[in-house]
Design a binder for this molecule. Structure first.
Ligand SMILES: NC(=O)c1ccc[n+]([C@@H]2O[C@H](COP(=O)([O-])OP(=O)(O)OC[C@H]3O[C@@H](n4cnc5c(N)ncnc54)[C@H](OP(=O)(O)O)[C@@H]3O)[C@@H](O)[C@H]2O)c1
Length: 251
């Protein structure tokens, strides 16, 4: 099940959180894995811990994606699995979204994700699997997430159109929409710790399964989608959110 033996897998944003855990699962399933990220130190130490190849590439700079593709091609040849995971979260209320916050979130979460796929296409084997890490925020209208949500909704739209075009090469592309997952992403928003804890508690209370996701919850789904066990799945979206998208009327 979920065998990736002999496959080459690239994980963007693989030095932390969901990407890190998924790189671990890919390796355990038999893949040769490349992780990327922005920070030289973090990429090097994560690659060392995981026993995989680490390459620094900031997806907001398209020339760095070109260099990444060239290096992967030279060192590992063709690619079978592309996990487009790198992303940031910069919450702000409507009226307080700055141009910089807009450009960073759309530039990394949407443009960077799109051009990761566009530029890797020549290197992808027939039968390859692309998984875009999106978010349930694309649908939840959660306050303070308008631009983040738009970046993920745009990515899901790209995923569907790409699926219909890439089917001719038997390349599958799907989106995964997590709900809240316990990773370092929330600590990066600059919120004081007590406020962050209050937010987490309120969020957890709204999740029918009453817990945050763990990175391995997401990694298991992504590893399945990466494998040939998912060979009839393309253009789909998977909510993995403890039921938060159900919006039930709780007693
Ligand atoms: N955690 C959640 O609740 C949640 C829910 C739904 C969706 N997501 C999505 O899941 C993905 C992974 O997030 P996470 O929660 O695992 O967060 P995380 O622990 O902060 O990891 C984010 C990863 O993305 C990398 N990254 C950020 N900007 C980059 C850029 N410009 N170029 C290359 N790499 C970049 C980071 O590398 P550096 O450390 O080098 O910056 C890091 O490796 C994101 O797309 C996020 O939107 C997360």
């Amino acid at each position: 099940m979920n065998d990736l033996t002999g496959k080459v897998a690239v994980v963007t944003g693989g030095n932390s959180g969901i990407g890190y855990e998924t790189a671990k699962h890919f390796k355990a399933a038999g893949a040769k894995v490349v992780i990327t990220g922005r920070s030289v130190d973090k990429v090097a130490s994560a690659a060392h811990e995981l026993g995989v190849t680490g390459i620094v590439a900031d997806v907001i700079d398209l020339s760095q994606i070109d260099k990444l593709v060239a290096q992967v091609g030279e060192e590992l040849g063709k690619v079978d699995v592309l996990f487009v995971n790198a992303g940031i979260f910069s919450p702000a209320p409507i009226g307080q979204n700055t141009e910089e916050m807009f450009d960073m979130q759309m530039g990394i979460n949407f443009k960077g994700a799109v051009f990761t796929t566009e530029k890797f296409l020549p290197l992808l084997n027939e039968g390859a699997s692309i998984i875009n890490l999106s978010s349930i925020n694309a649908y939840t209208a959660m306050p303070n997430t308008a631009i983040y949500a738009a970046s993920k909704a745009a990515l899901n739209s790209y995923t569907r159109t790409a699926a219909s075009e890439l089917a001719a090469r038997n390349i599958r592309i799907n989106s995964v929409n997590p709900g809240p997952v316990f990773t370092p992403i929330f600590g990066k928003v600059g919120m004081p710790e007590d406020q962050l804890n209050q937010f987490a508690e309120a969020m957890q209370d709204r999740i029918p399964l009453k817990r945050f996701g763990q990175p391995e919850d997401i990694a298991k789904l992504v590893t399945f989608l990466a494998s040939d066990d998912a060979s009839f799945i393309t253009g789909s979206e998977y909510n993995i959110d403890g039921g938060i998208n159900l919006n039930p009327i709780l007693s």
